[in-house]
Design a binder for this molecule. Structure first.
Ligand code: GUN
Ligand code: ZN
Length: 436
């Protein structure tokens, strides 16, 4: 048995703070005990200290917040090399930068090197689970999951499906896309902690036949995900109307082909109508809110308040959407989400932001029984956020009066410098002091 004991100020969630008042668990001096990768005790240090097995050292973080690992519900691992590409909105950005970058993933060695950089960046930012796009090449998926197996992380990913409106080398066909995805599901879904997402890029790059076969494959493959984009950009939405005039709207394209349900994750949804939001709710699908991407590409302001309307609250998680997004940090993502919400007359407090980055993300990925909070029986993926990471952060956090304020300051001023440690399955997978 491998046991780990960590002590410090811990926060977690017992519910959704968008819906209930007492969702936050706040324990100023807590013990997290893990055995063989699973949390076996979590609670006040004074009550639980006797549970630490003989011979197990307690790692104490006195100037920190401990919480569940961050969940990135939408990211492109194959776009790490094009973060910060200048001067374009969505469709031009795809054509000018993205499709070129993704063609390089035909090369297995390139994919492997990129996967290493990507996982290093996730862990250094406290992200322990991600739902990721690979490229269209199966070898780009293999590189992603092999890296995840090596690190012991819980990851979801898949091969992009595109059979039109992209450069020829990136195109599959309805049948080869189906066959390649099916083979990757057999190879990777349920191997280690990995799971597969059927990944039609977005409606414009898939023919009706490809979307139909994607729906067939999803029905044939229990426990897999559907991962795509919806209603990110106004020109994109107009294009979908031209390509699918027989459908009532963008979301209806996916609905028609049987691609909406629990385990469907739709990136963006910036311009969803009330009726479309209602359909996402009824289907049990989830939205990945990607504020840094939406700002960078000038896509628009996501209506978080409407998405989390208590009358029909959607499953929402945060996505970094690297490389349209500009940071791997879920803390920085919280900062930008706060500002996007503010421009939409919604006040996003940090309890809600930390929920979206942890248990909310886990719920969006239908993984809330396994990850997303500190609770007995859950997988022991958790992080240590240093409240004194920089002199300015130390000064500012010294002037806070409540855990809510402390979390808010972390969410506005924090970034990867605040991540002191990232534990995967109870084992330190990233230690800032060792990395520097
Ligand atoms: N829509 C279709 N493909 C993409 C992509 O790679 N990034 C973003 N942000 N939106 C997309
Ligand atoms: Zn994306």
């Amino acid at each position: 048995m491998t046991a780990t004991a960590v002590r410090g100020h811990a926060i977690s969630f017992r519910g959704d703070p968008f819906l209930v008042a007492d969702a936050l668990i706040d324990i100023e001096d807590a013990l997290i005990l893990t055995e063989d990768g699973i949390i076996t005790a979590f609670g006040p240090w004074v009550q639980f200290r006797d549970r630490v097995p003989d011979g197990v050292d307690v790692v104490h973080y006195p100037d920190a917040i401990l919480c569940a690992g961050f969940v990135d519900t939408h990211v492109h691992y194959v776009q790490t090399a094009i973060i910060g590409a200048f001067g374009a909105q969505l469709i031009d950005w795809l054509n000018s930068y993205t499709f070129k970058a993704e063609q390089r993933f035909a090369d297995r060695a390139h994919a492997q090197a990129a996967a290493t950089v990507f996982f290093d960046a996730l862990l250094a930012n406290g992200t322990t689970t991600a739902l990721a796009f690979a490229a269209m090449y199966p070898q780009s998926v293999d590189a992603f999951f092999e890296e995840s197996l090596r690190r012991g992380t819980r990851m979801i990913g898949g091969k992009v499906l595109m059979d039109r409106n992209a450069p020829e080398p990136l195109l599959d066909s309805p049948q080869t896309g189906y066959d390649d995805s099916k083979a990757l599901i057999a190879k990777w879904h349920g191997r280690g902690r990995n799971q597969y997402a059927i990944t039609p890029r977005f409606a414009p790059t898939s023919s009706p036949k490809q979307l139909e076969l994607a729906g067939t494959l999803w029905r044939e493959s229990p426990g897999t995900y559907v991962h795509t984009h919806v209603s990110e950009n106004l020109n994109e939405i107009s294009w979908v109307r031209e390509l699918f005039p027989e459908r009532s709207g963008y979301l209806d394209v996916y609905d028609h082909y049987g691609l909406l349900g629990p385990r469907t994750v739709l990136a963006h949804g910036v311009h969803l109508t009330d009726a479309e939001r209602r359909r996402v709710f009824d289907a049990g699908a989830a939205i990945a809110h990607c504020p840094t991407s939406n700002l960078f590409l000038g896509s628009g302001l996501f209506a978080l308040g409407a998405a989390k309307d208590p009358a029909a609250p959607l499953h929402v998680g945060f996505g970094t959407d690297i490389g349209a997004g500009t940071t791997f940090s879920l803390l920085t993502t919280m900062n930008e989400a706060y500002k996007v919400a503010a421009l939409n007359s919604y006040r996003l407090d940090a309890v809600k932001s930390f929920y979206l980055a942890t248990l909310g993300g886990a719920t969006a990925l239908a993984l809330d029984d396994k990850i997303g909070s500190l609770a007995v029986g859950k997988e022991a993926d958790f992080i240590v956020l240093d409240t004194k990471a920089t002199p300015l952060l130390e000064y500012r956090t010294a002037h806070t009066d409540s855990v809510e304020e402390l979390l808010f300051v972390l969410s506005i001023m924090g970034d990867d410098r605040a991540v002191a440690a990232t534990y995967i399955a109870g084992t330190p997978a990233y230690l800032r002091h060792a990395a520097r």
